[in-house]
Design a protein around this ligand. Structure first.
Ligand code: C2O
Ligand code: CU
Length: 475
């Protein structure tokens, strides 16, 4: 708020004369809060292991994993000066925000990567409430795996916490998956691992919740808590369960849904879920946040420990979140029809695809680090996949002809699921990242209302790097 008032003070100063304006303007810019990306250290592995050298964001002081929480209200402005103290160029993407194109951080499409030692000012309005995150969007397979991700929370437009039937407290849970050596250092020599990339991606061996392995999270008996869960893993699809906590999902990718009771919830990389839990009645009891690592043997990755004074359980049904009312209505009478065909990877492969303007056989693609294609093009950055006039409804059919699931993310827009696919996607759900199982197809629709060049890619970052990348343009 002090920034805003300084701004209006400057407008007044401008009327008084140029020299005053210039001097003050320099000062005001120095006030921009920083987001510094730099090497740091974090205790990721359980106690007894050494700390892990990471790359991390900092608001001030040393960087932390996950990065510092950014929290604001819908309609407010984020202003941050990215200071790059990394040995590589970087850029920050504000995942899920229907943002102004030049602030999207999608290097190299919307901005040049910021070189080591340089800075970039991000300044944009956040239109919708919900649970989001920010992360590196340059060499992101490596940079996100090294720790460059943090939560971005946009508070509800009207008060929800503390209202009748709502939760009384919220807890942000940033889930991550790390591939660590025995000495807890990050495995660094496999950024170009095409074997992993052509399968399910870079799988870690250490899952953290808010940067710690197996943390204990206190909860009061009977307490109703809103969890804002964010999957920041580079590649791991997380199948989660919260047994004995009466878990109900109230938002997906930031967008409210009518409360839905769940046994398990599948979260692809980059997806978010707001889940309300009700604490049990017994002091000292424990309940787990469980993860299926892929073999059906559930692991408790965090535990809720009931402690403190009991609170009386809320009565009546869970209160839904206030609706957004900010998305333009779809016009499905005559939409622009587009399709996205996913091909490649281990087991199915593809006979050929275009890469850098040349048609190549699978072998040649592999020698260029490409194993996947969207619509027959691997890493299609030369031309947009499609163009839409601003305001047009786009109906996009996505077909996964590969042997692996993919999490397709559209930048700058949220879309509405039109068809059932798997158990995770229901028609009417609004998302920015959708998981499409092997052999499945799904239809989505959105109003292309945000002008600019927008990336569309698989958010399994190993897949993104090895071909599952493209863009569309709203003109
Ligand atoms: Cu979460 Cu293209 O990014
Ligand atoms: Cu993928």
């Amino acid at each position: 708020m002090s920034l805003l008032s300084r701004r209006s003070a400057l407008k007044g100063a401008a009327a008084m004369g140029g020299s005053v304006l210039l001097a003050r303007s320099g000062l005001a810019e120095a006030d921009l809060p920083t987001l510094r990306a730099a090497p740091a250290s974090a205790q990721l592995a359980p106690a007894g292991y050494p700390a892990t050298p990471v790359w991390a964001y900092a608001a001030e002081g040393a960087g932390i994993v996950p990065g510092p929480e950014i929290r604001l209200r819908a309609g407010e402005r984020i202003r941050r000066r990215l200071v790059n103290a990394l040995p590589q160029a970087t850029a920050v993407h504000w995942h899920g925000i229907r943002i102004e194109n030049s602030m999207d951080g999608a290097a190299p499409l919307t901005q040049a990567p910021v070189p080591p030692g340089a800075e970039f000012d991000y300044d944009f309005v956040v239109p919708d409430p919900g649970t989001y995150w920010y992360h590196s969007h340059n060499r992101s397979t490596e940079q996100v795996a090294r720790g460059l991700a943090g939560p971005l929370i946009v508070e509800d437009r009207e008060p929800w916490l503390g209202q009748s039937g709502a939760a009384t407290r919220e807890l942000v849970l940033v889930l991550d998956d790390w591939l660590l050596n025995g000495d807890a250092t990050i495995v660094e020599d496999r950024w170009d691992d095409l074997h992993a990339a052509s399968h399910a991606g870079r799988m870690g061996n250490t899952v953290t919740v808010n940067g710690s392995a197996y943390p204990e999270l206190p909860i009061r008996p009977g307490e109703r808590v809103r969890l804002r869960i964010i999957n920041t893993a580079t590649d791991r699809i997380m199948q989660l369960a919260l047994p004995d906590l009466g878990a109900q999902v109230i938002a997906l990718d930031g967008h409210p849904i009518l409360p839905r009771t769940i046994e398990t919830i599948v979260m692809a990389p980059a997806q978010r879920a707001d889940v309300v839990i009700d604490g049990g009645q017994n002091r000292g009891a424990r309940a787990g946040l469980m993860l299926d690592p892929g073999n059906g043997e559930w692991v408790e990755i965090a535990s809720f420990v009931h402690a403190g004074e009991p609170v009386s359980s809320p009565d009546g049904d869970l209160r839904p979140l206030p609706a957004w009312n900010t998305l333009p209505p779809l016009d499905l009478s005559n939409p622009q029809r587009e399709s996205l065909l996913m091909e490649g990877g281990a087991m199915r492969g593809m006979s050929e695809a275009r890469f850098n303007g040349e048609v190549m056989g699978f072998r040649e693609l592999v020698s260029n680090g490409m194993v996947w294609a969207f619509n027959g093009v691997a890493n299609g950055m030369n031309a947009p996949m499609f163009r839409s006039p601003t305001g047009r409804t786009v109906y996009l059919e996505m077909t996964n002809r590969t042997a692996f699931a993919h999490a397709v993310h559209l930048h700058g827009h949220h879309f509405t699921i039109q068809s059932q696919s798997g158990s995770a996607n229901r028609p009417g759900d609004v998302r920015d990242t959708v998981l499409i199982g092997a052999g499945e197809s799904i239809q989505i629709a959105f109003v292309a209302d945000n002008p600019g060049a927008w990336m569309i890619h698989c958010h399994m970052l190993s897949h993104q790097k090895s071909g599952m990348m493209g863009w569309f343009e709203v003109v």
